[in-house]
Write a protein that binds this ligand. Structure first.
Ligand SMILES: Cc1cc2nc3c(=O)[nH]c(=O)nc-3n(C[C@H](O)[C@H](O)[C@H](O)COP(=O)(O)OP(=O)(O)OC[C@H]3O[C@@H](n4cnc5c(N)ncnc54)[C@H](O)[C@@H]3O)c2cc1C
Length: 469
């Protein structure tokens, strides 16, 4: 029998999974359609929900960092993603990093055993307005009927649906590229040269949370010189790439100057390499005995503590080049790579032009967008957008009107405000940051301003929460 679902969510990534969970919490039935494992995106490698395609970090938990506050607001709203992240947590200093397999398993199990969620495997190619609501078409020929639909297909939305979105938003697609960083097997790291430490000793483990590979000036210069000569993988439409600064490939960073890495992923500050540098390695003239010239950091990637990813080393160098050049890093000479870096398309719509309140498409009623495709950036932000759409829709379905978004003085409100109200002529994906929060009238030092923004955010969030729930 062909049933009509109140909501059909396309994509079981971070946004789609969170959205389905929020709707289920309110007793609303959803069809959750996911193309994997039938069809894999260029970056996903499993069939699990909420797969983290690159870093295993959900970034800082410190509330003076806006993403820390965003996570707290999400937790207050019963976020599945945040709950699963805490259960799958691995040591990473002040960051919330997870064992990606356990994290995805927790999300998958929660949703696939929820009676309100029907998980359907298939590739969505388009949506039409039928006699009794919306009809979501799959490549297999199957049609899912629903009253409302949420598109949460992420930065790697499959081409058929991307074409449909393009036709129905009436706006040309924007593209930019993201790159992923390599992952190294821990047992292949040489601990005569590498060592554990956290920057400024701000870690959970007494000995430090990160594996550090220190470099002399000569080693750094040789390394940079090889990267400059490395062969790069061809990327379609590369000339249309709009790079997002937080995820620049290392070769692009080096193109901005030989020393750029020293102020980015290889900055030597906050790490004393102590005895190791005083030992048998000559660290050269310019570094003090306690401070290397440059440091490559590797962060734990799984609970078993066997895999480590190279922090900030996203790249589009060809794979043989990556192996050759990354093995120049002291401690990684014999590195065995569980995954090498790569670059991928990242697709998003011009939300301020095409979406309205509730993140609903202006020109096709009943179609909502959630996640990175709306032009937020990052795992946490994508899940946050999924959470809000889940809450907007729950209220709409249960009470006939949309839930008012939290004020733009809060992290969730600032994110929704960015998606709907940013300048449509220069719209670019954005991580949550205090710069997106509503301005505060206050002449004060940067840190004091942040404290005021934080206090106001906490106050306004709870005011909104108690008013609405
Ligand atoms: C290569 C790459 C690396 C990234 N690295 C990071 C990082 O390190 N840290 C970070 O914070 N953010 C990163 N991001 C950005 C972003 O936060 C993540 O992509 C995040 O997963 C987005 O969440 P989402 O739910 O919007 O999309 P996704 O998590 O990608 O989920 C979308 C889902 O929709 C499915 N789907 C797509 N098309 C269809 C279709 N037509 N029919 C059915 N299902 C479909 C996909 O299979 C996928 O499961 C990266 C993005 C990319 C592309």
């Amino acid at each position: 029998m062909n049933q009509t679902y109140p909501v059909c969510i396309i994509g079981a990534g971070l946004a789609g999974a969170e959205c389905a969970f929020q709707l289920a919490r309110h007793g609303i039935k959803t069809a959750l359609v996911e193309m994997r494992p039938q069809k894999k995106s260029p970056a996903h490698s499993t069939s699990g929900m909420a797969e983290l395609v690159c870093s295993n970090s959900l970034r800082s938990s410190d509330v003076t960092n806006a993403v820390g506050l965003l996570k707290q607001e999400m937790a207050a709203l019963n976020s599945l993603i945040i709950r699963a992240a805490h259960k799958a947590k691995v040591p990473a200093g002040t960051a919330l990093a997870v064992d990606r397999t356990l994290f995805s398993d927790l999300v998958t199990n929660t949703l696939s055993t929820n009676p309100c969620v029907t998980v359907i495997s298939g590739v969505v190619t388009g949506i039409t307005q039928g006699a009794q609501g919306l009809e979501v078409s799959l490549a297999s020929g199957q049609v899912i009927r629903c009253e409302r639909c949420v598109i949460a297909t992420g930065p790697l939305t499959d081409e058929g649906l991307a074409g449909w979105i393009c036709e129905n938003t009436g706006h040309e697609y924007l593209y930019f590229y993201d790159a992923i960083a390599p992952v190294v097997e821990k047992e292949s790291i040489d601990f005569n040269k590498a060592f554990y430490a956290s920057r400024y000793e701000r870690g959970e483990n007494e000995n430090g949370d990160y594996i550090n590979c220190p470099m002399t000036q000569a080693e750094y210069e040789a390394f940079v010189s090889e990267i400059k000569k490395a062969e790069l993988a061809e990327v379609k439409d590369f000339d249309r790439a709009l790079f997002f600064d937080g995820c620049l490939p290392i070769e692009e960073m080096i193109a901005r100057g030989d020393h750029t890495l020293l102020f980015g992923p290889m900055k030597p500050v906050g790490i004393s390499s102590g005895e190791r540098l005083r030992g048998d390695r000559n660290m050269g003239q310019v570094c003090s005995p306690d401070r290397p010239h440059a440091v490559v950091q590797l962060r734990q990637d799984n609970l078993h503590d066997t895999l480590y990813n190279m922090v900030g080393f996203q790249t589009r160098m060809k794979w043989p080049e990556q192996k050759r050049i990354f093995r120049m890093i002291p401690g990684l000479e014999q590195a065995s790579f569980a995954r090498l870096g790569a670059m991928h398309r990242n697709t998003y719509i011009c939300s301020p032009a095409v979406l309205k309140e509730g993140l609903e498409l202006k020109n096709v009623a009943g179609i909502f967008f959630a996640g990175q495709i709306t032009g937020c950036e990052g795992y946490v932000e994508s899940a946050a957008a999924g959470l809000m759409v889940g809450l907007f829709l729950s209220r709409l379905i249960k009470q006939g009107g949309l839930l008012p978004a939290p004020p733009a003085t809060t992290a969730l409100g600032a994110l929704i405000n960015h998606i709907l109200c940013a300048d449509k002529n220069s719209y670019q994906p954005m991580n949550i940051n205090y710069g997106l929060f509503k301005e505060i009238e206050l002449k004060a030092k940067k840190f004091d301003r942040k404290v005021h923004l934080l206090k106001r955010a906490v106050n306004d969030f709870w005011e909104w929460y108690y008013r609405e729930f």
